[in-house]
Design a protein around this ligand. Structure first.
Ligand code: HAM
Length: 417
């Protein structure tokens, strides 16, 4: 038997209802904040990701699904959505009508990481991006939107961590100081960090390996290096988060795994998922639109890991599967034909109805109705039909009432729609 690929998974009925619920909540909330849906391709030219996420990140170095297409062009299954949305924003000159654009998308991403609980090779993100607003008010507002979504989904065991990564003016001074510390501690760093320390020193700051954590204990804080503009921007983000009642923790070690960030960076973390503690992450990337060939337009965004969010939300939403409003139990040839007509018309009229098409016994049809969780069963047998009626049984109270066959669909619609 052919099995699915390691790190990939099916989202089955029973589980998928929660995903739909999350998606519906997201869509309605984000649209209230003025975001518009955008659908971007699953594959892009490899160069788009290497140039935006950064050649020296784990994602680009070792996690991308990259292959030559039949003509030899290198293409990559998207590991995230930001780069593609930026490309689309530039390519369609969205800034020409209005530089301010708020966009969101929901879909699968691909990273060849080591699979474990909460970490998959195909995973899903809810991604939101805002272009053309440099004000710290936007940083606070999108974090508020994100936390509001979590509250609506009853996901409360989570903490927002924030940091500022400065800008091209103030960050280099910090990176130089950090690099000096890293060369002094070279012997105590893990293999990954020894490699990172020369090329991407910031990443060493959030390494989870205990030896690296210890080596970084007295590392300087990037916040002490911020230029006055970055400092006041960050202070304003925090003030406005407080004003909106969003609680957060300052985390001077938070650096994120993608290179495009400037200024505000944040992550929402939970203790409920073991090692994979981040359920969402994001931040500003004021230089990326220009770096990818567009005008000099600031931007900010975030992505939520839907697989992780669903795992947590499942604890407060145990069963969202849709149950039929009515099951029609038919006995005899005439009843079966009538049931067939009623079920079809009820479904078309917006009422979920089910029946048994195999002509089984009443007992087994009642069992089937029970298994499906039907709220009511319409029992249609020859004896009832002769009186021009069927019996409507409430499965919870076991109460049965006769219902006239004439205008049955209309009658059911009045009761259940
Ligand atoms: P990211 O931190 O790489 O950011 O991913 C965002 C979220 O996606 C993570 O917090 C996590 O919940 C989920 N995630 C990442 N990798 C996996 C995986 N292998 N399995 C399951 N879930 C995963 C970004 O992708 C940025 N594009 C966010 C952003 C948008 N920044 C600005 N705009």
């Amino acid at each position: 038997m052919i099995q699915l690929i390691r790190g990939f998974k099916d989202i089955l009925p029973g589980e998928v209802e929660l995903w739909q619920f999350i998606e519906n909540q997201t869509t309605s909330l984000f649209e209230n904040f003025g975001f518009k849906d955008i659908r971007i391709p699953i594959m892009e030219r490899t160069e788009l990701f290497s140039r935006s996420i950064g050649e020296e990140t784990d994602i680009v170095e070792k996690e991308m699904y990259t292959f030559p297409d039949r003509k030899g062009d290198l293409i990559t299954l998207r590991p995230e959505a930001t780069a593609s949305i930026v490309r689309s924003y530039i390519q369609h000159r969205m800034y020409a009508t209005d530089p301010v654009q708020k966009l969101y998308t929901i879909g699968p991403m691909f990273r060849r990481e080591r699979p474990q609980k909460g970490r998959y090779r195909q995973f899903y993100q809810i991604d939101a991006e805002v272009f053309g607003v440099s004000s710290p008010l936007m940083d606070a507002q999108i974090m508020f939107m994100l936390m509001t979504l979590f509250t609506r989904l009853s996901v409360t065991d989570c903490t927002a961590k924030i940091n500022s990564l400065g800008c091209p003016d103030c960050r280099p001074a910090f990176t130089v100081g950090l690099s000096q510390l890293l060369s002094a501690k070279a012997d105590s760093l893990c293999e990954d960090c020894s490699r990172r320390s020369a090329r991407n020193p910031l990443r060493v700051l959030d390494c989870k390996v205990p030896a690296c954590k210890a080596a970084m204990a007295d590392a300087p804080s990037i916040l002490d290096f911020l230029c006055p503009d970055c400092r006041s921007h960050f202070d304003s983000v925090m003030r406005h988060l407080t004003l909106l009642g969003v609680s957060f923790e300052l985390d001077k070690r938070l650096v994120r795994g993608l290179d495009y960030y400037t200024r505000t960076a944040f992550e929402i973390q939970t203790t409920l998922l073991g090692a994979q503690s981040a359920i969402a992450g994001g931040g500003r990337y004021d230089s990326l639109v220009k770096a990818l060939g567009g005008p000099d337009i600031p931007a900010i965004g975030f992505a939520i890991g839907v697989d992780r969010l669903a795992e947590i939300a499942a604890q407060s939403h145990p069963d969202l599967t849709r149950k039929p409003k009515v099951f029609i139990a038919a006995l005899g040839e005439i009843s079966l034909t009538l049931a067939f007509e009623w079920v079809s018309k009820l479904a078309a009229a917006g009422i979920h109805a089910e029946m048994d098409m195999a002509g089984r016994s009443l007992k087994s049809q009642m069992k089937q109705a029970d298994r499906l969780g039907a709220g009511h069963v319409l029992i249609s047998g020859d004896a009832e039909l002769e009186k021009g009626q069927v019996l409507l049984r409430n499965m919870a109270t076991k109460e049965q009432v006769p219902v006239p066959v004439k205008d049955l669909v209309e009658e059911m619609r009045n009761r259940f729609a």
